[in-house]
Every structure is written in C-alpha cells, then in structure tokens.
Design a protein around this ligand. Structure first.
Ligand SMILES: NC(=O)c1ccc[n+]([C@@H]2O[C@H](COP(=O)([O-])OP(=O)(O)OC[C@H]3O[C@@H](n4cnc5c(N)ncnc54)[C@H](O)[C@@H]3O)[C@@H](O)[C@H]2O)c1
Length: 323
C-alpha cells in the first residue's frame, strides 16, 4: 500500500506510521507541527520515523488546499489516513477559528485531494470522535442522532462526517469515518486527563477532578485503535460507500479508576480537588462496538490498568529526558 497520513506527527498518526513502516508500506506523512501542545513532542515522534525506509515527511497545513492537492497528486497514494485535526474540547472555547481551519477547511482539502485521485484511491479513512454524540446515556450507537453537540470541536467533527458523506456520494470516494473514544498510551497527548494527572502527581500537585469526579470515559489503549484502524484501511469498500464505526474500549470508567491506575503505575498517592464540570465536557462516553466487531472482528485487548502502566513507564522516561 501507498498511504498519505495526515497528522503523522500526532499521537495516533505517529503510532499508525510506526506499524505501517514496520510492515514495509510506503508512507507520505503530513503535519503542520502546530503548537497546540509542545511541538518538541511532535518533533520527537517524527524523529523516530524520519530516515526509515518508505517514509517521507512534508510540513504542511492541510487547510492549504492547493499545496495538499499537489503533494497528493505527486505521491499518488492508494489510501489516505486522515488524522490531522484540531483536537481538544476546552481549547475551542478560546480558539474557535483553529477548529474551523483544521477540521472544516482541512477536511475539505483532504476531500478535494481524494477527489483529484479519482479511481486510483481505494480508501479514505478519517478520524471522527465520540464527542459527536453529545450528552446522552450509553452505549452510543452509530445510528444515534448527532445533532446536539456540546462543543465546537464536536460540531466540527460531526460536520466533517457530513462533508465526507457528500463527497463519497458525489465523487465515488470509498470512505470510512472512525469515531475514536478517549485514546491513551505512550507518546500520548499532554492536553488529556491521563497526562495532566500524571504530571500533577509526580510534581506533588492536586489533580482537578472535573464534574466532582463523576465523569466516565471509555478509555481505549492506542494499540486497540491502531490495529483495527489499519485493518479497515486495508479493506477496499465499494466506490461511493461512506461508513461510520465506533472504535473504543466499550467499558466506561469513572475518573477514580484512572486515578487509581496512575497511583499504582507511578507509585504516588494522588491529592485530588473536586471542581465543577467544564463547558464543552460530557459526563459519559461509552461505545457500542458491535458494528466494528461484526464487520472487522474488533475486540479491544488492553485494560485500563495495563494500558496506564505502559503509559506511565514511557512517561517517566520522557520526563527524565525532557526536564
Ligand atoms: N486521542 C483521542 O482520544 C481522540 C479521540 C477522538 C478523536 N480523535 C481524533 O483523532 C485524530 C488524531 O488525534 P490525536 O490524539 O493523535 O491528536 P494530535 O493532536 O496528537 O494529532 C493531530 C496532529 O494533526 C496536526 N494538525 C492539526 N491541524 C493541522 C493542520 N491544519 N494541518 C496539518 N496538520 C495539522 C497536529 O500538529 C498534530 O500533530 C484527530 O482527528 C482527533 O480529532 C482523537
């Protein structure tokens, strides 16, 4: 396979490139390396990919439609794995336009690049999010309505799905959207709770438990995202097919479970501070993964304790190297 990976220096993109390169695939990576979180972490991920057989990297903002299209026509991938996005719910309160640029303009640029490839493109797989479901009881099913987002991030991810559905139908693009649920692991994201908590714990600061610790999240270890995502990517759906799948642990945990797993893994007792819910946050994420299980044999394998222990081991090394 020849694959264009957007967001290649991001958390999930980096892990996907690692697996693809280990399999001997040809990967063209694209990322803007923006400073939403420490670009040194993105550079460090990238450094592990650069120089590897089959890998090339282009620093590019995907909202630059002409540049992305030119690069795509030059690389002629038969698959596109589109992971670049402005992620995070809280950041959208102060930086709404960053979401429009990456998740709407950027999504459209990727679709235009896919359109330009015509019949040579066998599959476009792109990241959506559990946040599209808004505030509701679980488990969340792909057939649920997604018209009540509680953050701009969620609204742009939902809009991205609709844009893709239209392009798939109009231009015959075989496309699949994957709704990820709270992904964590080594080389993860410094803006997410597991990292913020780990940082606070090793520095002896109190952790903020939003919504007084009542939030529940369907934590998903990164390998339980990447392997099935690449299985889907390798598939050749019919032209014009547009499908959506949940991909998540399907086992929501209260924040207290995350704190306990980190305490065990880091050997540190957490000090906690209960604070009100944050605007844009939902109280529950919970994936029904029966559709992905039926079509692709999906079965998550890494539980929260095991996954957090792997994250913590990497996190200690990362802190030691960077502090
Ligand atoms: N990690 C999760 O828990 C989670 C959950 C749901 C959905 N997602 C989605 O999965 C995808 C990957 O997320 P991640 O956790 O790896 O996040 P990440 O922020 O680590 O990776 C995204 C990468 O995209 C790049 N990027 C952002 N805007 C860009 C632009 N305009 N042009 C080029 N590059 C750009 C960033 O520099 C970053 O390296 C995103 O689409 C995100 O919305 C992630």
């Amino acid at each position: 396979m020849t694959i264009l990976v957007t967001g290649a220096a991001g958390f999930i993109g980096y892990h996907a490139c690692e697996v693809l390169l280990a399999r001997g695939e040809t990967v063209t990576g694209v990322d803007s390396l923006n400073d939403y979180y420490d670009p040194a972490l993105k550079q460090a991920r990238l450094a592990r990919l650069q120089g590897r057989e089959g890998f090339s990297f282009h620093r590019l903002d995907i909202a630059e439609a002409d540049a992305l299209k030119a690069l795509t026509l030059d690389a002629r991938p038969d698959r596109i794995l589109h992971l670049a996005a402005q992620a995070g719910v809280r950041y959208s309160i102060d930086n709404p336009h960053a979401y429009a640029r990456s998740n709407l303009d950027g999504q459209l640029s990727v679709l235009e690049a896919a359109r330009a490839l015509g019949g040579d493109l066998k599959h476009l797989v792109y990241a959506s999010s559990s946040s599209v479901y808004g505030e509701r009881e679980g488990p969340f099913r792909e057939s649920d309505r997604i018209d009540a987002p509680v953050s701009l991030y969620a609204a742009t991810k939902g809009a991205g799905e609709l844009m893709c559905a239209a392009y798939a139908r109009l231009y015959g693009i075989p496309a699949t959207g994957l709704r990820f649920f709270t992904v964590y692991g080594p080389w993860g994201r410094p803006d997410m709770a597991y990292w913020l908590f780990a940082d606070a714990m090793v520095e002896g600061r109190a952790l903020k438990l939003f919504n007084e610790g009542r939030n529940r999240r369907d934590f998903t270890y990164v390998d339980d995202i990447v392997a099935p995502m690449l299985r889907v990517l390798a598939d050749d759906p019919a032209r014009a097919a547009h499908r959506i799948y949940n991909i998540g642990g399907s086992h929501p945990h209260p924040t207290a479970d995350l704190v306990r797993a980190l305490e065990a893994a880091l050997g540190v007792k957490a000090q906690t501070e209960a604070v009100p819910a944050q605007p844009g946050d939902v109280s529950l994420t919970y994936a029904d993964v029966s559709k992905l299980a039926a079509d692709y044999g999906y079965a998550p394998t890494v539980d929260l304790q095991t996954g957090i222990a792997r994250f913590a081991e990497w996190f200690r090394d990362w802190r030691a190297q960077t502090s």
